[in-house]
Design a protein around this ligand. Structure first.
Ligand code: FES
Length: 114
């Protein structure tokens, strides 16, 4: 098997975080996560993960995750935990989830059906 740029011979991550980077025009009927600052938040999370040496995780921009009204939308696998993030949030608890799977209860996405 080929080796990836990080020297890994096996695909997959312990945790994989997707943060919506979708953008809609300002006059759109629905909000979008980029307009709420998702693409400013994403590099902050990546930077702290890097500083803490988290090598078996991946944080990536995604397209629309369909829960636009609850954005900034974020999901972490393998737990399948959905978060509602904000641009200026304290990211410590999200980093903790990436480290060991501890769910950040303060950032859980709250859905109308709950
Ligand atoms: S625009 Fe982010 S979830 Fe749809």
């Amino acid at each position: 098997m080929a080796i990836d740029p990080k020297g890994r011979a096996k695909p997959g991550y312990d945790r994989h975080m997707f943060i919506c980077g979708h953008e809609r025009p300002p006059n759109s009927s629905r909000p979008s996560c980029k307009n709420r600052g998702s693409l400013e938040l994403l590099p902050r999370i990546k930077q702290v993960a890097r500083e803490q040496g988290l090598s078996s995780i991946r944080v990536q921009k995604s397209g629309c995750l369909d829960f636009c009204e609850n954005g900034i939308s974020c999901v972490v696998y393998p737990e399948g935990t959905w978060y509602q993030l904000s641009k200026d949030m304290d990211i410590a608890s999200i980093i903790q989830h990436l480290k060991d799977g501890t769910v950040s209860t303060v950032n859980l996405m709250k859905l109308d059906s709950e």
